[in-house]
Design a binder for this molecule. Structure first.
Ligand code: ASC
Length: 150
């Protein structure tokens, strides 16, 4: 390995240990990041929820794949919650940052239920999927009631 590539590799390695707070070039990027992650999660969860609610035909493979994506993406939005921006109107209420422990707890509960949904979807059992979809939906609603502006 040349000295140059060693230095390059070290720099690449270092870029993965930058703290979450330094991850975004500008606050707007953090907002875009969390919104887009929540959007991708909702699209995938919504697809499974539609099947569970009889609004879409049940396709076990699509359900399992979608639930797996929703589970993975459910880990992502929270790194983008570091910033409070006052100059733009957000659906995210200031209470998120005032009651961050409660917010984080609600986020964790959602992730836990989303992981259970992913397991249920892999099993292909529509009844288990229905139960898990309702549990996830409950955690979405609870957090929105507390922390999302209407
Ligand atoms: C969804 C979605 C939500 C939740 C919520 C559950 O699909 O976009 O915000 O489920 O409606 O009550």
């Amino acid at each position: 390995m040349t000295k140059f590539s060693a230095v390059l590799l070290a720099a690449i390695g270092a870029s993965f240990v930058v703290p979450a707070s330094a991850q975004f070039a500008k606050p707007e990027d953090a907002i875009k990041y969390r919104k887009n992650a929540l959007f991708v999660m909702q699209q995938n969860f919504g697809r499974v929820a539609a099947m569970a609610g009889g609004k879409a035909p049940f396709d076990a493979k699509v359900a399992a794949d979608s639930a797996a994506v929703a589970e993975f993406v459910s880990n992502l939005p929270w790194k983008g919650m570091g910033q409070v921006l006052t100059k733009v109107t957000l659906k995210a209420k200031p209470e998120i940052w005032a009651k961050k422990t409660k917010f984080d707890d609600e986020a964790r509960k959602m992730q836990a239920e989303m992981a259970k949904l992913s397991v249920a979807a892999k099993s292909g059992n529509i009844d288990s999927i229905k139960v898990a979809v309702n549990a996830v939906g409950g955690t979405c609603k609870s957090c929105h009631d507390d922390f999302r502006a209407k």
